[in-house]
Unconditional design. Sequence first.
Length: 161
Amino acid sequence: MSQQISVNGARRTVEVDGDTAVLWVLRDVLGMTGTKFGCGMGLCGACTIHVNGSATRSCITPVESVVGANVGTIEQLGDSRIGRALQKAWVDLEVPQCGYCQSGQLMSAASLLAKNTAPTDKDIDESMAGNICRCGTYARIREGIKTAARTLATNPGKAKS
């Protein structure tokens, strides 16, 4: 069955059943392997993408539900001001250890900062609660988000560009 979706601003036609998880469309059909498979149940956050700007678990999201929506992936994150600030903070603070969960962590963090430019520890903890890091880099992730928020605040501009 043919499905038309928008991924990172490009319209794509994919030949998959409507109930195919977006994760597998991205990875197996479109070759976009930045989004990771973790638990397959939407619990760990490794597969996090943006659907119309909101953090969404792609492993449990059927492709038919994103027809007409804008899907954003980790491959596009650096195209935005928020994404660049997060990526720089992640590198500067050496946030990742093994790195497997980090694409999901970054996508959730970007969604948070798009909605809340000055998150508190509580805001960060609540927003990031669904993202598991087996290496336990939660303190560095929180500091990375705070650093990115400070960068965005000290260099005003359009949050999305």
